[in-house]
Design a protein around this ligand. Structure first.
Ligand code: FES
Ligand code: FES
Length: 855
């Protein structure tokens, strides 16, 4: 048998049947075709087949005999310039993993209907998921592309200007739209072999024996490794408690645990080799409830016990204040897991380095975290682990821990081969962390005039099998439990508890998303008790410059939360079923943890190279630092070169977490640029005289630890503030989300809007539809049915970017935005439903709504 397909005008004849995506990606090297799920759910593999949109991951080439197939690479030059410009101009690209698939969906629509309505566009891309953008700007882009294609209008050339506070186009947009930019799995090498882990069959089981003998006999098998092959089997981001593989005789802790690691000559034979490994288990009852895990006599998941961390924050006398209050509300709230669902499944490629270490291509939130973890595992010097980042297909906190990097490095180190380890969508889901489930009991009180007086909170977080960032996440849930309000009496306790569930860790909002939902819902009940409108109640109680946050920190002059409330007042008063919530989020690790942003600028071949390890997982780090350099030097984008993170070239800028890179690495970049500017002035503007010179910036002012005895400790260098209004119709369908956010100076307005829109839609999923089902500790997960919002479900989103009265002179006044927009969404939605039907929904995802019926 043979089949002939015409791909991008070229004929190809195949005699071996295979999935269309494998033919396009691996045989033809068409990297615009992305494999986000292999299950027909995400649309990242979309191609055009005889004018129809087809997902290339599902069907085999034999189904396409005689077909004409177009990928982004095969678009006309005119189409390419139109899509690049439209996606750039509207800010429709973030991580870029969904983008080529979106372009294909747009092409099919626009070829038939050159002037579609926004509803028609949303419908046309319903099969294509985007986890980053919230779809609004993608719809804008397709509308704009239709206009150019229909009218034949000239596409403007790329504007080389970028300044702080403008809407300049992202510097990485072209490679992402055209699919030429490389995520790790897009790198092809002739000598590449493939690795995969065998994972436990049970969340909790004793591994009695692992027999690899049959697997080793498979003709494609290069090696099978177990725990005894690992120099140091225990790794972990902060607490080293995570086994690289579970050794014989030990007990598994969750369903994602690896027990063996295989390297194979081909990707296709990996599963067959894994199937030949025989593992004898004794199944044990998993502990899936944190309260059960805290009970006396509960089996210990880790040697030191089942409580990972405990927090207690006390200011004033909350119990006395509650006893004396005019009004008190006590309610318990419960939230479930949330899956990051970034669209690029984890992949890392590793190969031996000349100095006895490894080279790696990865996609994470910090190449230096990876370097530290891999060197710790291999017990070699960190400098021998050379990591460069590929593009990162979304992260949202889910790429802070090791997933594939350590396994790829170990296989390469042991075999001397170049090894690609990539997770399937299901393995990605069980391996990387989730948003913490929490049970939160909140008591809030106010006086007769509606001024808040006290908060007593008890928070229990299910941190799953390993520490990951469970300690800091629970701490942040506690430190922000009082919200941005004038609570001067607080008693907040929190515990992160190990269970045999999937691991919980960092996720956009970092614990604040959870405690904000509980606090804001409680405040609405409190406002009602004291007979006040929830907007007025908040306006009375939110912090303003000079006030003191519940953690004791004095609010700086840039805080514009009251102004945010003013910006959404009209929307809040626009109908009977509106809901309101406020939120705030720190920028930076804070609480005394050393935290540095760093950037090196070097003059090379007449250009300014911008070198920082700050990871861009879609939020636009390259754009942010480029704008700051161009602003400071008064130069053009074309005078600069942004380098991808590389441990051999770029300084450690810390992890892209805690909404910190804009403030920390932004300020470090400004300082380096300022030094360069002075040097340029000293040579009368002749950059060639500085050839080879480097200018280094570092920013990391100290903060005070929790429990500091200062009256007004500085817990964090900056905070961003915001509020959100949900507008429901009488059927409970969301008509509109109206948000106002104070993030200081928006370095790039389009990018800030994009973060807010994406965070809003992610927050809507968390509130309403994303249901992570985990019976018996074994997730039942399919990307297509998990409950991610699709383009045709997204309501109108209106964003106000608000500034406070003052200015803090770091990074041109910028603060972080990445997490904040996700924070107030769920309580705002809960409030709107409360006003619709009188039921305060105290658990997430909410039941009995337009989006999800009662179970
Ligand atoms: S990879 Fe084909 S639909 Fe997700
Ligand atoms: S830009 Fe759409 S998934 Fe990241």
């Amino acid at each position: 048998m043979s089949w002939t397909l015409t791909v991008n005008q070229e004929k190809h004849t195949l005699t071996e049947d295979k999935r269309l995506i494998d033919f396009l990606r691996e045989d033809l090297g068409l990297t615009s075709v992305k494999d986000g799920c292999s299950e027909g759910a995400c649309g990242t593999c979309s191609v055009v087949v005889d004018g129809r949109l087809v997902k290339a991951c599902i069907m085999k080439v034999s189904r396409f005999d005689g077909a004409r197939i177009t990928t982004v690479e095969g678009l006309s030059a005119r189409e390419k310039e139109v899509y690049v410009h439209s996606f750039a101009e509207t800010g429709a690209v973030q991580c870029g993993f969904c983008t080529p698939g979106m372009v294909m969906a747009a092409k099919v629509l626009l070829d038939k209907n050159p002037q579609p309505s926004r509803e028609e566009i949303a419908k046309a891309i319903t099969g294509n998921l985007c986890r980053c953008t919230g779809y609004k700007k993608i719809i804008d882009a397709i509308e704009m592309a239709g206009h150019y294609l229909h009218t034949g209008k000239h596409v403007p050339v790329l504007d080389p200007q970028a300044r702080v506070g403008d809407r300049s186009q992202r510097v990485d947009v072209m490679e992402k739209v055209l699919g030429t930019g490389k995520f790790p799995d897009d790198y092809q090498f002739d000598d590449m072999v493939y690795g995969q882990a065998l994972r436990t069959r049970y969340p909790r089981a004793r591994v009695n024996r692992i027999d690899i003998s049959k697997a080793l006999e498979h003709p494609d098998c290069i090696t099978v490794l177990t725990a005894k092959d690992v120099p140091n089997n225990t790794i972990g981001h902060i607490v080293q408690d995570w086994d690289v593989m579970i050794p014989e005789g030990q007990v598994t802790r969750y369903i994602g645990d690896a027990v063996a690691l295989v390297a194979s000559e081909t990707r296709e034979s990996l599963q067959a080799i894994l199937d030949l490994i025989e593992v004898d288990y004794t199944e044990l009852e998993p502990m899936l409830d944190p309260f059960q895990a805290m009970a006396e006599g509960a089996p210990k998941i880790h040697e030191k016990g089942n409580i990972l961390s405990s927090e207690r924050l006390i200011r004033g006398d909350a119990h006395k204040a509650v006893a004396e209050a005019a009004h008190v509300v006590t309610e318990t709230y419960e939230v479930s897991w949330e899956e990051h669902a970034f669209l690029e499944p984890e992949c890392a490629i590793a190969w031996p380095s000349e100095d006895g270490g490894v080279h790696m291509i990865t996609a994470s939130q910090s190449i230096y975290d990876e370097q530290r973890e891999v060197s710790n595992m291999l017990q070699i010097e960190p400098e021998k682990v050379h990591i460069r980042s590929g593009l990162v297909g979304g992260a949202f906190g889910g790429r802070e821990d090791m997933s594939v990097q350590h396994h790829a490095a170990l296989l390469a180190w042991k075999t001397g081969r170049r090894v690609n380890v990539r997770l399937s969508r299901y393995d990605s889901t069980i391996v990387h962390t989730k948003r913490h489930p929490m049970v939160m009991k909140m008591t809030t009180s106010c006086d007769g005039q509606g001024r808040v007086t006290a908060l007593i909170a008890e928070i229990i977080a299910d941190t799953g099998a390993y520490a990951s960032l469970g300690g800091p996440v629970t701490q942040r849930a506690c430190t922000h439990a009082g919200g941005p309000y004038n609570f001067q009496n607080v008693d907040i306790t929190g515990k992160a508890v190990y269970t045999n569930n999937v691991v919980s860790g960092a996720f956009r909002g970092f614990g604040v998303t959870q405690s904000c939902y509980a606090m804001e819902s409680n405040l609405n009940l409190l406002a009602e008790k004291c007979g006040m409108d929830p907007w007025d109640f908040r306006y009375l109680n939110v912090v303003r410059p000079g006030d003191v946050l519940p953690n004791g920190q004095i609010v700086d002059q840039s805080c514009g939360l009251a102004e945010c409330l003013e910006a959404v007042k009209e929307a809040y008063q626009s109908g009977p079923y509106t809901g309101l919530a406020c939120g705030f989020k720190n920028s930076g690790l804070g609480v005394g943890v050393p935290d540095f942003g760093r950037c090196t600028l070097s003059v090379e071949n007449g250009k300014v190279h911008i070198r920082t390890s700050a990871a861009c997982s879609g939020q636009g780090v390259a754009q942010m630092v480029t704008s700051i350099v161009c602003q400071t030097l008064d130069c053009q984008v074309t005078d600069t070169v942004f380098e991808m993170p590389d441990t051999d070239r770029t300084p450690d800028a810390g992890t892209s977490t805690a909404s910190r890179q804009t403030l920390f690495t932004g300020e470090a970049t400004r300082q380096a640029a300022q030094d360069l500017k002075e040097a340029i002035e000293a040579v009368d503007g002749d950059l060639s005289k500085l050839e080879g010179r480097e200018f280094f910036g570092e920013f990391g002012p100290p903060t005070d630890p929790l429990g500091s005895d200062k009256e007004n400790p500085v817990s964090h260098i900056g905070y961003s503030y915001g509020c959100e209004v949900t507008v429901l119709d009488e059927k409970g369908k969301i008509q509109k989300m109206v948000g106002a956010y104070d993030v200081g100076t928006p370095v790039n307005i389009t990018a800030v809007e994009g973060q807010i829109e994406g965070g809003c839609v992610m927050g809507l999923g968390y509130a309403l539809t994303e249901d992570f089902v985990n019976p018996g500790g074994i997730p039942k997960f399919k990307l297509g049915t998990y409950g991610l919002f699709r383009a045709n479900q997204v309501p109108q989103i209106e964003t106000h970017i608000v500034k406070g009265p003052g200015y803090v002179d770091y990074a041109y006044g910028a603060r972080g935005v990445g997490e904040l927009a996700c924070v107030p969404i769920a309580p705002s939605v809960a409030h709107a439903y409360y006003r619709l039907d009188g039921k305060m929904r105290t658990s997430l995802p909410m039941e009995d709504t337009f989006y999800r019926k009662k179970k």
